[in-house]
Write a protein that binds this ligand. Structure first.
Ligand SMILES: NC(=O)CC[C@H](N)C(=O)O
Length: 363
């Protein structure tokens, strides 16, 4: 076990001292916490966490190692991890490497031996803020200088940086249903869920226009999850407006719901500390049933704007705080959710949303 020291400094001046894990260095981002009891590898490789330091509330991390294929994107784009107890050994027979090796390979600097319960209570009361992890500096003035370089998540556009540079295909090319997918930072399990239902996907870079995608003559459109602030993504909002004008089925997940909302003139806002975990309860207002869901978001759709909108209604609400968890357009075939039906990690309660989407596509 690497016993090099590391320091975590929060933007409000709180410092935590622990042990370096992953790659030695200095890295900053917005600190947020995920309450999932499992699935650290999928969480670290979810591109929506780009620019963020993840605190795992599960106290023991690393104990089942890493499997190369169990990823949500090719690499971990996170700015760091903060854990309680870190295990450099693992006991899963199929594991291809230790988490320590994986973090080093993916240039992730982390800190272990932190009282994550205390830290999470701090973030929960003070709200989301920037932080820095360093194994190089322990002097607060040095750390503060590095922390000052970290941009605020509010107002940050990140999707175009993580999106595919070239279009690519996913699924069965002989499938009769074709779905154009806008990549703002796709989680792979969304594509797996679409392909498993027998459709052919073409994934387009974030800045592709609807006219360009129409050249492929898709039957429907999909808006992916992704990092950053939807309020500074006018390029994508304009594309969603163009897609809505086509009257083809449209489904969006997480950032996708925020972009659909903004395309309809509904606002989005930065939450106090967001929702990240695997057991978030939501209620489907159309069926009256509740679902336990996987979530990862720090922004949300403004509820009053939806309530006052003549053509958009709330379909799902978050049962912990009443925030908007899903919306649909009442005169266009478009709907989206703020949570993750593809889970990975997380429960499968909401997989029906993929079936609902495909049922909207005429035969
Ligand atoms: N998972 C996502 O798509 C996240 C969307 C957005 N970046 C947010 O934090 O709210």
């Amino acid at each position: 076990m690497n016993k090099q020291k590391a320091t975590l400094l929060l933007a409000d001046g709180t410092a935590y001292h622990g042990t370096l894990i992953g790659k030695p260095g200095t890295n900053g981002g917005e600190i947020c916490f995920n309450t999932g009891m499992t699935g650290y590898q999928e969480i670290y490789t979810d591109p929506s966490y780009t620019g963020q330091i993840i605190v795992n509330t599960t106290p023991h991390i690393g104990n089942y190692g890493v499997i190369d294929t169990e990823v949500e994107s090719e690499t971990a784009l996170i700015s760091g991890i903060v854990v309680g107890s870190f295990s450099e050994i693992h006991s899963r027979i199929d594991a291809t490497s230790t988490l320590q090796e994986y973090l080093e390979q993916n240039n992730v600097t982390g800190i272990a031996d932190i009282d994550t319960r205390k830290l999470v209570r701090h973030i929960r009361s003070k709200g989301a803020m920037n932080a820095i992890i360093s194994s190089e500096y322990d002097d607060i003035a040095d750390l503060q200088r590095e922390l000052d370089k970290v941009p605020d998540m509010a107002g940050l556009e990140l999707s175009s940086q993580v999106s595919t540079k070239e279009p690519f295909y996913y699924g069965d090319e002989k499938a009769t249903v074709k779905i154009a997918c806008l990549d703002f930072g796709f989680k792979l399990n969304i594509l797996r869920n679409l392909a498993d239902r027998g459709v052919y996907c073409k994934v387009f870079p974030a800045k592709t226009s609807a006219a360009e995608m129409e050249e492929w003559n898709p039957d429907a459109y999909f808006l992916s999850n992704g990092p950053g602030d939807p309020a500074v993504m006018d390029y994508a909002v304009d594309t969603v407006k163009e897609i809505l004008a086509l009257n083809k089925p449209l489904f969006g997940i997480c950032l996708g719901v925020q972009l659909l909302a903004r395309a309809c003139g509904i606002g989005t806002y930065k939450m106090h500390h967001g929702h990240r975990g695997l057991n978030h309860p939501i209620k489907n207002l159309q069926t009256g049933k509740s679902e336990i869901t996987s979530q990862n978001h720090g922004f949300n759709v403004t509820k009053e704007d939806v309530e006052n909108h003549p053509d958009v209604e709330i379909t799902h609400i978050h049962l912990n705080d009443g925030t908007v968890a899903g919306i649909k357009h009442t005169s266009k075939p478009a709907f989206a959710v703020q949570y993750h039906p593809e889970s990975s990690p997380g429960p499968h309660d909401s997989r029906y949303l993929f079936d609902d989407f495909l049922a909207m596509i005429p035969n």
